[in-house]
Design a protein around this ligand. Structure first.
Ligand code: NDP
Length: 452
């Protein structure tokens, strides 16, 4: 059966040239499915791997807008509708210059199994653009979002495909996208999640991914008789996921001592000042280097001072790490440094932040607890699912109600992943556990629905 996995990966490498991050994501998932494929021949018989690695549909379009200087700007727009076996496509939109079809295929592929783990009836998709929101005026962002939606609206719907935010797409962008969808269709649908609270959004959606990543590792540590209380944690990123990871860590008695952006990182030995971080990133949209102006004890290290081939934020001694910025931000050398400095757990808030070699290292250590992205960061999309439920019922739940459902979902995802790792003889290997549990549900649904 391992031949089956190798054959599919060889085919993907041939057909997806240049899509390295997609191949990386497929390699991680497919290798960990081997014990299941050895046990159950039906998945090969029904050509599940061949089918599940090709998006049902990948839409690519042009987005044109006029900037504040009257210059015409042109970008690529995409929506990858990867798999709808268990529900409508669901997954965020990313606006970042690094976005291309390969990046969105990696994110959409991961989303299939993550969404399956949540227990909510949602399929996997992802979209976005190589548009860079950094340095653009509000009006430029609005015009871009409107023109992006003018193409996207014909492909989405609240029972077909429901996008959300991701890197570069927060509450402001969701608002502009929603406004344009409504204008074009005349429909007040829950077509996007992450909406504003006055117009269909859910309390605790903003907090959900960061909170969820902390709840997840808390479950994992408790299972081992450990806890978060008093732990010093390194967090990367300073966007939505990072901010609410810092917040939940403080609420549970731990302390975040770092945050970062693409220019450098902050080390604050007294603990990251959450109010200052929110003010800088959510209100002023300032660069992180501004942080040290108000916190003299904190140190800012620019990327130019990082040891070549490493991410400086992981050089700070800590008990646990929360990579919450972007893919491949934690490599083998980084994890070796973290481990040597006493770090014993990682909870992935970002998507695929650890390289395959770093994951292998973490899994090889008996005294290390690793919460892989598709389980640990599933709280965001799960809460998007809760937003869809509230929209469908024309109701809204309190913050505590949503937060307590989120907590329950993260516990369920941990237990399902852990039990599956035990079932396949690798107790505690949650890469294997989450991949098999997420895959099995989708694959069985695909078999039930025939060859489509
Ligand atoms: P934001 O846009 O809010 O923040 C992204 C943060 O990561 C910023 O601090 C940004 O710095 C940094 N960053 C982005 N790209 C790079 C890069 N190439 N190198 C270094 N730093 C970088 O995004 P989110 O917080 O929403 O998303 C962060 C991660 O979490 C992503 O991997 C996303 O897919 C994942 N995720 C998000 C969910 C959500 O609900 N938002 C749900 C599940 C996963 P800078 O400002 O300098 O670019």
């Amino acid at each position: 059966m391992s031949n089956y996995v190798n054959r599919i990966l060889d085919n993907l490498k041939r057909s997806c040239v240049g899509q390295d991050v997609f191949i990386q994501a497929a390699t991680e998932v497919l290798f960990s499915l081997k014990p299941l494929l050895d046990k159950e021949s039906k998945y090969e018989k029904h050509a599940i791997l061949e089918r599940i690695t090709i998006p049902e549909r990948a839409i690519s379009f042009r987005v044109t807008y006029v900037d504040d200087n009257g210059k015409v700007q042109v970008n690529n727009g995409y929506r990858v509708q990867f798999n709808s076996a268990i529900g409508p496509y669901k997954g965020g939109l990313r606006f970042h210059p690094s976005v291309d079809l390969g990046v969105l295929k990696f994110l959409g592929f991961e989303q299939i199994f993550k969404n399956s783990l949540t227990g909510v009836a949602i399929g996997g998709g992802k979209g976005g653009s190589d548009f860079d929101p950094k340095g653009k005026s509000d009006n430029e962002i609005m015009r871009f979002c409107q023109n992006f939606m003018t193409e996207l609206y014909r492909h989405i719907g609240n029972t077909t495909d429901v996008p959300a935010g991701d890197i570069g797409v927060g509450g402001r962008e969701i608002g502009y996208l929603f406004g344009q969808y409504k204008k074009l269709t005349g429909l007040y649908d829950g077509i996007l999640t992450g909406k504003g609270l006055n117009w269909g959004g859910s309390l605790a959606r903003t907090e959900a991914t960061g909170y969820g990543a902390v709840y997840f590792i808390d479950n994992m540590l408790k299972k081992a008789g450990l806890g978060l209380e008093g732990k010093k944690c390194a967090v990367s990123g300073s966007g939505n996921v990072a901010i609410y990871t810092v917040e939940k860590l403080a609420q549970l008695g731990a302390k975040a001592i770092t945050v970062s952006d693409s220019n450098g990182f902050i080390y604050d030995p007294d603990g990251i000042d959450l109010a200052l971080l929110k003010e800088l990133k959510e209100v002023k949209r300032a660069r992180l280097s501004e942080y040290v102006k108000s916190r003299p004890n904190a140190k800012y290290t620019p990327v130019s001072e990082y040891k070549p081939g490493t991410n400086g934020v992981w050089s700070v001694p800590c008990d646990g790490a929360f990579p919450s910025a972007t893919q491949n931000e934690l490599n083998l050398e980084d994890i070796k440094t973290l481990y040597a400095n006493g770090c014993r757990f990682v909870s992935e808030g970002a998507n695929m932040p650890s390289t395959l070699e770093a994951i292998e290292f973490m899994l090889s250590k008996k005294d290390f607890y690793f919460g892989p992205a598709k389980a640990a960061n599933a709280g965001g999309v799960a809460t998007s699912g809760l937003e869809m439920m509230q929209n469908a019922g024309m109701t809204s739940w309190s913050f505590d109600e949503v937060d307590s459902k989120l907590k329950g979902i993260m516990k369920h995802i941990f237990e399902l992943s852990y039990e599956t790792s035990v079932e396949f003889g690798e107790a505690g290997n949650l890469v294997l556990g989450s991949n098999i549990a997420g895959f099995r549900k989708v694959a069985d649904a695909m078999i039930d629905q025939g060859y489509v």
